[in-house]
Ligand binder design. Structure first.
Ligand code: UD1
Length: 420
């Protein structure tokens, strides 16, 4: 298994191009199930999760072709020939469950493996199922699979989510585009990735009002057609490299990054002493003087994202003073804490909060990446640490960060991938 070796102490200096957003690309690929026509997506990130989603769609009968050699443009199209999403693919990537709504809307049946638990919490799919039931679908859960059926077409319904779910909003939004009548999704997630999905669906002929708000109104249409759509830049990759510039005491220009998608992330970074300047083609991030401890709580967008929590905690581990990091989205998302502590951080977890007492410096160590964002927090700690850090289990990183070692090495960081 590959590992990443970092020799810390060098400030970031240079430019990083921000890739397309993984969490926008995955639902956008699933939208390819909503029409037999061609859906052309550009600014596609090169990530393991994109390959996995491609495999899933191919086994539903969709042709998935990378049009250019650089893998940035993806063409999807063709008829659905198989409605089963098998365990072997769903277990690798939870976003697979997004095929449920589109399959029911298009062909009236779907058999999707239950995603089950994962490292950061139990993550059920009850909101997805309840919403689709309100639209006329029936489900039977047996042998680890969700068997879904609908007589005729899905019907529009008013669905009030009890709490905000990105995936459930996306699943129901896609299903509603082809339902009979009007669907209202209240307390919907407002993440920029949902706006991006909605914009693409509109280009495919869907009728959606309220994009960017917490109430989406969808008037179903009989069919959708092909479209071309460019994926938004990845706001989590942006925030992660902003933390890299900050923790290493350097400066980086993030080409393509969008300030208007960063929500609370920029406010919190600025409070911590990080300079964020909007330029015509991206953002410049610089650490001004010292870093200060800042309290953060993860919340649905536009709040501080749970997907930035681990990286921000690494930053806070070397800030002056204490900070409290509270996780409200997932119940078990502090697996990076013991690893950061092995590098000299002083972090204590009390329930859903972690108290981080800033230390003057970290020391390199062999560490284990436990999930996607935790992997990046360990790389960040490695940038600031004295000596050598080896991050094991890099496959988590490859699911969601493209060429991280190349991007950081180009900014002067001493980092390399060790194959094996
Ligand atoms: C998406 C993102 C993930 C991010 C998360 C929260 C993708 C591919 N993944 O995941 O990176 O961390 O949003 O911003 O976009 N829940 C239920 N029942 C449900 C659905 C969700 O209880 O039916 C719970 C989850 O366990 C979690 C919370 O709701 O505690 C939020 O999850 P959700 O927003 O659905 O996350 P995902 O869409 O899985």
């Amino acid at each position: 298994m590959d590992r990443i070796r970092i020799r810390g102490g060098r400030p970031l200096s240079g430019e990083i191009k921000v890739g397309g957003a993984k969490n926008a690309a995955l639902p956008l690929m699933v939208a390819g199930l909503l029409t037999d026509d061609r859906l052309i997506l550009s600014n596609v990130p090169r990530l393991a999760d994109i390959q996995t989603m491609g495999q899933l769609l191919e086994q539903h009968g969709i042709s998935v072709e990378f049009v250019t050699n650089d893998g940035r443009i993806l063409s999807l199209g063709g008829a659905i020939t198989n409605t089963e999403a098998p365990y072997d693919i769903v277990r690798k990537m939870r976003a697979s469950v997004l095929v449920l709504g589109p399959l029911l809307a298009r062909v009236g049946e779907a058999r999707v493996s239950l995603p089950g638990g994962c490292a950061i919490g139990t993550r059920p799919v009850d909101l997805h199922l309840k919403g689709l039931e309100q639209m006329g679908a029936c489900f039977n859960l047996a042998n680890g699979y969700i068997d879904g059926k609908v007589d005729g077409r899905l019907r529009g319904a008013t669905i009030v989510f009890p709490f905000v779910s990105v995936g459930a909003t996306e699943n129901l939004l896609m299903a509603a585009t082809l339902a009979d009548g009007r669907t209202v999704l209240a307390n919907a997630a407002r993440e920029p990735e949902i706006g991006d999905l909605a914009a693409c669906l509109v280009a495919m002929g869907a009728r959606i009002e309220g994009i960017g708000t917490d109430t989406l109104t969808i008037d179903g249409v009989p069919s959708l057609h092909g479209a071309e759509h460019s994926i938004i830049p990845d706001r989590i990759e942006t925030g992660s490299y902003a933390c890299a510039a900050a923790i290493s005491g350097g400066s980086v220009f993030l080409r393509g990054a969008r300030l208007d998608h960063l929500g609370a992330t920029v406010r919190i970074l600025r409070e911590a002493g990080v300079d964020v300047v909007e330029e015509p083609e991206g953002l410049t991030i610089r650490r001004l003087n010292g870093l200060h401890g800042v309290d953060v709580m993860t919340e649905p967008y536009p709040g501080f994202p749970t997907d930035m929590q681990a990286q921000f905690m690494a930053l806070m581990s070397v800030a002056e003073g204490a900070s409290m990091v509270t996780e409200t989205i997932f119940e078990n998302r502090f697996m990076h804490v013991p690893e950061l502590n092995r590098m000299g951080a002083r972090i204590n977890v009390h329930g859903a909060s972690a108290i981080v007492r800033g230390v003057p410096g970290l020391s390199g160590a062999p560490v284990m990446a436990t999930d996607l964002r935790a992997s990046l927090s360990l790389i960040l700690a490695g940038l600031a640490a004295k000596g050598e850090t080896i991050v094991n289990r890099v496959y988590h990183l490859d699911r969601g960060y493209e060429a991280v070692e190349q991007k950081l090495a180009a900014c002067g960081v001493d980092i390399e991938r060790i194959a094996g």
